[in-house]
Design a protein around this ligand. Structure first.
Ligand SMILES: [Zn+2]
Length: 314
């Protein structure tokens, strides 16, 4: 049996079940769905529950996504069920000499003198060249994190909305010293395993994308097409959060704004028709014309919970 190429093309939405999805998350989910569906891709859901997962949040998030009209293919994948795949990827990198143990505390990293040409925020390489005796001594003091031994300091990716984007690649963490796999590793392993060739997500993740694309190359997996979409900010210019008022579907429903109306307003903020199926039909044209917003949507949440006058209907 052969697998049709279209079965290997997929986009995805990958929420962290740390609480309810707010309108910023929902807007990103709508965009991820529109990008995938308008290009004939499958649309997959992955729950990124390695860290900060809150009991019951996943079920609420899936219900919210369905309530704004989104559908998805296949079973929902959870990162906590995929530990063996992450272990395997780290073992392969280690066998190739591409990892090392790091014993630094956060404070030690902050206080370490950075290498002369190291970019701001990059790991200074403190543990890169420890001798076996030094490692043995430090292992007795605290558990090690596993870092990538990167062969470059910068890598470039191409983004549908941002064009060419070059950013830092340092010896980033693959597994934290508490044993939890780092996002940068898990996301690359999972996207490859799920056949995801299109990654649409918030543009706060753009700076870490060069690290992930570089790692994909080391693991011999495909680098997906990226589209980093703008966040929703409050009036103070900060990322929308619970403290901003009614910003989740539950909160908005409580003040009389139903999910479909929220979806309509989010689509309108993207310059798309308020009906999801009309938005899907219009999406390729809006994308091709360059009209999809690149800047954050600054939202006064009170505006969202204010009901619009109903159109007259007979
Ligand atoms: Zn270190």
């Amino acid at each position: 049996m052969t697998v049709a190429p279209s079965d290997l093309r997929a986009g995805r939405f990958a929420p962290s079940p740390s609480g309810g999805l707010h309108v910023g998350n929902l807007r990103t989910a709508l965009l991820a769905w529109l990008f995938a569906r308008s290009s004939g891709r499958r649309f997959l859901l992955r729950v990124e529950d390695l860290d900060r997962a809150r009991a019951g949040a996943e079920a609420v998030q899936l219900r919210d996504l369905a309530a704004i009209g989104l559908d998805w293919d296949g079973e929902v994948v959870r990162q906590t069920e995929r530990g063996a795949h992450y272990d395997d990827a780290i073992a392969r990198l280690t066998a190739a000499g591409l990892t090392y143990e790091c014993f630094c505390t956060r404070r030690e990293i902050q206080e370490a003198p950075s290498a002369p040409h190291a970019p701001q925020g990059a790991y200074p390489g403190t543990c890169r060249s420890l001798t076996e005796a030094q490692r043995a001594r430090r292992r007795a003091e605290r558990p090690a994190a596993i870092r990538l031994r990167a062969g470059v300091t910068e890598w470039a990716v191409t983004d549908v909305l941002h064009g060419r984007y070059a950013g830092i690649v340092d010896d980033f963490v693959l597994r934290r010293n508490d044993g939890v796999v780092a996002y940068n590793l898990a996301v690359v392993v999972d996207d490859a395993a799920q056949g995801i060739d299109q990654v649409v997500r918030g543009d706060d993740l753009l700076p870490s994308t060069p690290r992930q694309a570089y790692l994909a190359g080391l693991l011999g997996v495909r680098v997906p097409e990226y589209a980093h979409v703008p966040l929703v900010l409050n009036r103070a210019g900060r990322r929308l959060a619970k403290r901003d008022g009614a910003v989740t579907l539950a909160g908005l429903a409580a003040v009389g704004v139903p999910a479909r109306e929220v979806a309509g307003r989010l689509l309108a903020s993207l310059g798309l028709p308020e009906d999801l199926h009309a938005a899907l039909a219009a999406f390729p044209g809006v994308l091709a014309s360059g009209a999809l917003p690149r800047e954050p949507w600054v939202l006064d949440p009170a505006e969202l919970s204010r009901r619009r006058p109903r159109e007259m209907s007979s």
